[in-house]
Design a protein around this ligand. Structure first.
Ligand SMILES: NC(=O)c1ccc[n+]([C@@H]2O[C@H](COP(=O)([O-])OP(=O)(O)OC[C@H]3O[C@@H](n4cnc5c(N)ncnc54)[C@H](OP(=O)(O)O)[C@@H]3O)[C@@H](O)[C@H]2O)c1
Length: 307
């Protein structure tokens, strides 16, 4: 693997002064999917989270729905051996928990599983029309005022709903987590990237490495960016820059202002590979050509469209 030595993951800064690393550790599929699993892999995942922090990852992303809470428990176990103040810890409230009362109890449950008394960032995992954003904002305002959440974010929100929530919210929304990679271009097409610069929040690209369209008409395209021969436009650049396919994809994803990303890996070598993707930049010509020529490209997420 090219560039396995991690020195430090660079950061980006908002005009507000908040700065975050361009790469954080994802945790989806550690400890289960939407269901809990308890397997010998749990111990390896706990060790993988600890190892990532030792390696220089400081932003950890999880959610109450991951592993039906079990993923947060694994993160909590890993955090026992880590200096909490060195970690930027993010979790998410599910759509059914958006009233002030449910938000408060969902947060308490997340904090208990994570073994901490505050989150650095608390997200709404998805927009829902079932709870008015004004009401949800009241709940978030109270949790923020109590110091239990340092920052507020949203996931998979359209610019219009983000603006509507912000209207009622006291703290500034610092992030919108969205499905964004070379294949899935909804945040570009909808103007989200420009909106983020204008309103001073991070766009945090989830699933930067899995370019497959899985819910599409059968048979699904099962290619991922690391697979040799799957994406020739990436491979040509990997050779030119002396980087791996994964590193080219991550560099592309985060080359625009305000964009950060998250990668989940339970393997040290892959965590190192991702962390070493930011010591170079694609030239403007290569960036533009890759953006234009990469296939396939989809205008809308196949998993969670912006809403
Ligand atoms: N807000 C939302 O709605 C939302 C939705 C989806 C995801 N997310 C967050 O974003 C994070 C990242 O997205 P994701 O986990 O879906 O996708 P991803 O990070 O793009 O890909 C993860 C998959 O790629 C494999 N992998 C990672 N690095 C690799 C490498 N260098 N070479 C080969 N395989 C590699 C991992 O397996 P191994 O562990 O075996 O390496 C895993 O199967 C999630 O974990 C989650 O925290 C948020």
């Amino acid at each position: 693997v090219a560039g396995t030595e991690v020195t430090s993951i660079p950061t980006k800064q908002l005009r507000s002064g908040l700065s975050l690393p361009v790469l954080g550790l994802g945790t989806w599929l550690m400890g289960g999917d939407a269901m809990r699993t308890d397997t010998p892999q749990d111990a390896l995942d706990v060790r993988a989270i600890e190892g990532a922090v030792e390696m220089g990852y400081s932003h950890i992303d999880t959610a109450e729905i991951y592993g039906a809470g079990h993923t947060e428990e694994l993160v909590g176990q890993a955090l026992k051996s880590v200096d909490r103040s060195k970690v930027f810890l993010a979790s998410k409230a599910k759509q059914g928990n958006h009233t002030p009362q449910l938000l408060a109890s969902a947060l308490e449950a997340s904090l208990r599983r994570l073994g901490t008394d505050y989150l650095d960032l608390y997200y709404l995992h998805r927009y829902t029309p079932n709870t008015p954003l004004e009401e949800t904002a009241e709940g978030l305002n109270a949790l923020h005022a109590a110091g239990k959440i340092k920052h507020v974010g949203v996931c998979n929100f359209s610019a219009a709903h983000l603006d509507e929530l912000q209207h009622y919210l006291k703290p500034r929304i610092i992030a919108n987590q969205v499905h964004y990679n070379l294949a899935f271009r909804e945040p570009e097409r909808t103007g989200m990237l420009t909106h983020a610069i204008e309103k001073d929040y991070f766009v945090i690209a989830w699933r930067p490495l899995r370019l497959a369209k899985r819910n599409a008409d059968a048979p699904p395209v099962e290619h991922n960016v690391w697979e040799s021969g799957a994406f020739p436009t990436i491979e040509t650049l990997a050779k030119k820059y002396g980087k791996t396919n994964v590193q080219i994809a991550l560099a592309w994803t985060t080359q625009q202002p305000n964009v950060l990303t998250l990668v989940k890996s339970s393997r040290t070598v892959a965590q190192q590979e991702a962390a070493a993707a930011f010591d170079f930049k694609l030239s403007p010509e290569d960036y533009t050509a890759l953006s234009r020529d990469f296939t396939p490209q989809y205008p809308v997420s196949d998993t969670i469209p912006l809403e």
